[in-house]
Design a protein around this ligand. Structure first.
Ligand SMILES: [Zn+2]
Length: 107
């Protein structure tokens, strides 16, 4: 019998008691015909990109690097999540810190 553990909290996922959720992330270069400046003004992007990079680095240590020889920016990742981490993930998929978002609801 296979044993899974949550890739976020490292908790073992009991196949009988817990639901195992599979998270797939695909990163690939978007090729679009539309040329032009779309500006969302997201200047704080680098914050969570750094976090994402840390996460990816720690994952790299666990997985074999058989498929990463080509580098066109395409990455396909797969994670197992426990139910608690799945709920947290869908609420905040990019792991953006909530501190900044709470600023505008300041009383
Ligand atoms: Zn978890």
């Amino acid at each position: 019998m296979l044993h899974y553990s949550c890739d976020i909290c490292k908790r073992p996922i009991n196949a009988h008691a817990d639901v195992r959720h599979v998270l797939k992330i695909e990163v690939f270069p978007a090729v679009e015909d539309i040329a032009g400046g779309c500006c969302d003004g997201g200047e704080s992007d680098s914050d969570h990109l750094e976090e994402m990079q840390d996460l990816l680095e720690s994952i790299d240590e666990q997985t074999s690097d058989a498929n990463v020889s080509f580098d066109d920016g395409t990455r396909s990742m797969r994670f197992d999540l426990c139910d608690a981490c799945r709920q947290r993930f869908v609420m905040n998929p990019l792991g953006i810190k909530s501190g900044k978002q709470l600023d505008f609801s300041n009383n």
